[in-house]
Ligand binder design. Structure first.
Ligand code: BG6
Length: 515
């Protein structure tokens, strides 16, 4: 197996990429642009093809026009000239398919073989299902039955979240997939793991002598993970009302980020070694023992009408395709404990919500206080040191330290030193999907979730959902555009902490030094 550091420079092996759901939003916004970026950067050579699959009839030209529009609108590279474009788009084909009709798969196989012969592709096939999850099982089955998995090369299945609705449904889905694909052929996407700064967490932690020795319960007071969004449910009310923030963001993105922060250093940088360490964190999460414990440690909220920047906003229950008496949570915050030697006693506070004041993904590591007796007699208390990892939309890190105010006799002031990755001229951060498609084609599953991770995360989340289910209407509301229910502040206040400001909402008394 290749070392992941060496995969960086690898050109993707010749393969056909099948995009099921090729006329959908994900393909248009993320997948076509990602494939174009990989091509522009030389990570895809000429021995590749994309076959778009969807029910809708579409001619080859119409499909290629769709791809062009998507790249113009969403790709970080623009189409430079006609020659370059023609050379690229010649690799794109479209097949209209009723996914339940086996004959259609036979036609798809014939088309694939022609395309493989034309571009000298050695039978490697990557099936990307950008489809509704209830179709994953039947499409996999039909791929096999329709002869799509009998070529000489490798076959891989890439699927989007949600992977099930709870542990039981996830197990059922997994069993269906396993009838066709082996675990090592299944690439479960969690697009947060494709984000540049989420991957950087590993490097920051394990490549810096500054941090690793301090990364434990002796030195860290608490860790805060915030995934806040300004959007509401938009046009996804139908899906979201059955899901809610816990399932939509908690079971996957939030717990995955927590594993990256809390995992032990892997013995080697091989995918399975890294995923072994991640799943150990999930297994160490302390389960809430009762509904009362859930209530004490987990806050749920739903946005009510409110306003943001002078614009009035609907409440969740007024949104399209949402039940007018819905009790689905659009916000949750939790205090999570990781019961192992490194983290015993350190609370991880996680929160996510829609219609919050800013869009941001950030991790704040708050270090324990220094013995302040050295500074007794000062008129102020020392601020704790912070390490803040900004994932999105700003990318970078900053550390907050205490230093002597220049010119004063001994006044100490907090100083934030920032490395702003996204401010660097010329840094054009790859999109999560570029990295993930490239990795899947190279057989690197590091940043995809393994079945045991998914199952363990569901087992943790199911307990919360079950406790909420006992008393569905026990949900707090918060005005759209605010920071969520007050109980989320109390959750930290009970332990003597508070949420640190996020997304550059700088505190008044801090001196900033920016890169
Ligand atoms: C998706 C959720 O997985 O992640 C959405 O289903 C959410 O509800 C989105 O808006 C957030 O992703 P990002 O990359 O914009 O932070």
């Amino acid at each position: 197996m290749a070392d992941i550091q060496n995969l960086e420079s690898l050109q993707t092996p010749g393969a056909v990429f099948f995009i099921f759901g090729a006329t959908g939003d994900l393909a248009r916004r993320k997948l076509f642009p990602a494939i174009y970026s990989l091509y522009k950067e030389g990570k895809l050579a000429e021995d590749f093809a994309v076959i778009g699959v969807a029910r809708r009839p579409r001619s080859q030209e119409e499909f290629r026009d769709d791809v062009h529009r998507s790249i113009e609108e969403f790709c970080r590279y623009k189409v430079e000239d006609a020659t370059n474009w023609t050379q690229f788009v010649e690799h794109f084909f479209y097949k209209s398919l009723d996914i339940n009709n086996i004959d259609g798969y036979h036609e798809l196989r014939d088309l694939t073989e022609t395309v493989e012969a034309r571009f000298e592709i050695p039978g490697n096939r990557l099936f990307y299902l950008a489809l509704s999850p209830e179709l994953f099982g039947s499409v996999s089955y039909n791929l096999q039955k329709g002869g799509m998995l009998s070529s000489a090369g490798w076959h891989r299945l890439v699927i989007e979240k949600p992977f099930g609705y709870d542990l039981l449904s996830a197990q059922k889905l997994n069993e269906e997939l396993n009838q066709v694909f082996k675990e090592e052929e299944i690439y479960r996407i969690d697009h947060y793991l494709g984000k540049e700064m989420v991957q950087n967490i590993e490097v920051i932690r394990f490549a810096n002598a500054f941090f690793e020795p301090l990364w434990n319960n002796k030195h860290i007071a608490n860790i805060q993970i915030t995934l806040s969004e300004t959007v509401g449910v938009e046009e996804r009310g139908g899906y979201y009302d059955h899901s809610g923030a816990l399932r939509d963001m908690g079971q996957n993105h939030m717990l995955q980020m927590l594993t990256m922060i809390a995992m032990e250093a892997p013995s080697r940088l091989f995918p399975e070694d890294i995923r072994d360490e991640k799943v150990k964190v999930l297994r160490s999460l302390r389960p809430y023992a009762s509904a009362a414990e859930v209530k004490e440690n987990v806050v749920r909220g739903q946005y009510a009408p409110g306003e943001s920047r002078g614009k009035s906003l609907l409440g969740y229950r007024q949104e399209d395709k949402v039940a007018p008496d819905s009790n689905t949570e659009t916000y949750f915050a939790a205090k999570v404990l990781v019961d192992n030697f490194r983290w015993a006693g350190v609370p991880f506070y996680i929160r996510t919500g829609k219609r919050l004041p800013v869009k941001t993904t950030e991790v704040v590591v708050e270090f324990k206080q220094m013995p302040t007796n050295v500074y007794l007699g000062q008129k102020h208390t020392l601020e704790p040191n912070l390490l803040v990892i900004r994932v999105n939309p700003m990318e970078g890190i900053y550390i907050k330290i205490n230093a002597k105010k220049p010119g004063s006799e001994s006044k100490i002031e907090p100083l934030a030193m920032e490395f702003c990755q996204s401010c660097q001229v010329g840094i054009n951060s790859p999109e999560a999907y570029e990295r993930l498609i490239h990795d899947a084609a190279n057989g690197d599953s590091t940043y995809f979730t393994r079945w045991d991770e998914v199952a363990t995360a569901w087992a943790f989340v199911d307990r919360i959902a079950a406790a909420w289910g006992q008393n569905p209407s026990d949900i707090s509301s918060y005005p759209a555009g605010s920071w969520g229910p007050e109980e989320a502040d109390e959750l930290l206040a009970k332990d003597g902490f508070h949420w640190w400001p996020v997304n550059g909402q700088e505190e008044d008394d801090v001196v900033w030094i920016k890169s």
